[in-house]
Design a protein around this ligand. Structure first.
Ligand SMILES: [Cu+2]
Length: 109
């Protein structure tokens, strides 16, 4: 019995150690994304930020979806990563629709 308890305890510790805190955040940017160049610029820079697992951009909806390891980074840090490439980023609220600003010029042409 003691052995079994010990084994269960060991398994539990292992599981906790392996379970990573992977989270997803949806951001939007100012200036907005206008084209492939904008998407590329964001993807190719943010990809290398610490803790970033996956990044997806959607020009139509003006969203940047980032999957990150919450043990290694925070949303604030990710936003700082955008600042380095002259983008202001903020979290998209649930249900929020972002309207594309047609007047805004693409900064990456
Ligand atoms: Cu562009």
């Amino acid at each position: 019995m003691k052995k079994l308890i010990l084994l269960i305890a060991m398994l539990l510790t292992m599981t906790v150690g392996l379970a990573k805190d992977i989270k997803t955040v949806v951001l939007t940017t100012v200036p907005q994304m206008h084209c492939e160049n904008c998407e590329k610029r964001i993807k190719e820079n943010i990809r290398f930020e610490k803790g970033v697992k996956k990044i997806e951009t959607d020009v139509e909806h003006q969203t940047v979806t980032i999957t990150y390891d919450a043990d290694k980074t925070t949303v604030e840090n990710l936003i700082k990563g955008f600042e380095k490439i002259k983008y202001q980023a903020r979290e998209v609220k649930e249900g929020e629709q972002i309207v594309t600003n047609e007047e805004e010029e693409c900064p990456n042409m």
